[in-house]
Structures are given as C-alpha cells and as structure tokens.
Design a binder for this molecule. Structure first.
Ligand code: DQA
Length: 142
C-alpha cells in the first residue's frame, strides 16, 4: 500500500508560523513522524509540500499516476478557495483524507468552508500532527 501526503501553502513555515495556533513542530518533524508511522504500518509513503495551486494539482495527478492507494491532504488556505484542487481530487478517484492541524471551525468563519470535505472519506482537524497519523491508520484499517 502507498499513501501520498500532500501539504499546501505556508506549511513549509511550520515551527516559525503562528506557533500558538500550529504548534512548534516543523514540517520536517511532521514528515519524520509520518515516516515512522508508515514503517510501523508496513506501507510506503510520499510526502510533499507546495505553495503553488497548480503544483498541488500536479501532485494529486502524480499520486494517481504512481498508483497510490489514498491521499492525505492538508491543502491549507487552498482548502477554502480552490475548485481546481477539488476537481483534481475528484479526477483521480482515490480515497481522500482531509487534515488540518488547527480546529478550523473554532477560527475565522472563512475557514469553516472547505471545498474538499464533501468528497473526503474522512476529515480530521484540531489534533496537530496526530491528525496525519490517525488518517494513515484509518487508511490501513479500512
Ligand atoms: C490549516 C488551516 C487553514 O485554514 C490555514 O490556511 C492553513 C493551515 C491547518 O492545518 O490548520 O494554512 O490547514
């Protein structure tokens, strides 16, 4: 089994960026925990990040081309704006797990809207890095 974990804009700034909201782990720390989890679960994982909407669309297509079994995506701000990312996720027809580090529903109202949730198998928010790890476990257990 292979899982593609895709991260959106500004998540490369984790650790520095608003630590009171996103915590102090860097994206590299999160990747290391996901890699450890993948080893424990006996699966393969790819982990990527982009600040560019079109590149995220291409990462989603690539998950399909490389025969991944599921996508875990934290599309960050594009969650709330991007029809292109929604269409890409629909196009590849893979199980989608939407993850957010923070509880978006306890924040500004523009973060309550997600283009991805309606087509996601599962949505996890507010659990920090544990959300990524829980999504990985859920994919394997399904
Ligand atoms: C985020 C929440 C989004 O609203 C925000 O734009 C992000 C990160 C999260 O992980 O909590 O960049 O997806």
């Amino acid at each position: 089994m292979k899982i593609s974990i895709i991260n959106g804009p500004n998540l490369n700034m984790l650790g520095v960026r608003e630590p009171e909201i996103y915590g102090t782990l860097s994206l590299a720390d999160i990747e290391a925990q996901c890699l450890d989890q993948a080893k424990k679960l006996g699966i393969e994982m790819s982990f990527s990040q982009s600040n560019h909407e079109g590149e995220i669309v291409e990462l989603i297509h690539a998950a399909h081309e490389a025969s991944h079994d599921a996508i875990v995506i934290n599309a960050a701000a594009f969650t709330h704006t991007s029809v292109a990312i929604l269409d890409a996720l629909k196009a590849v027809n893979l199980p989608i797990y939407e993850v957010h580090l923070s509880n978006v529903h306890a924040r500004e109202s523009f973060r309550h809207q997600s283009y991805i949730s309606a087509i996601a198998t599962g949505v996890i928010c507010g659990l920090g890095v544990e959300g990524y790890l829980a999504a990985m476990r859920a994919i394997v257990l399904k």
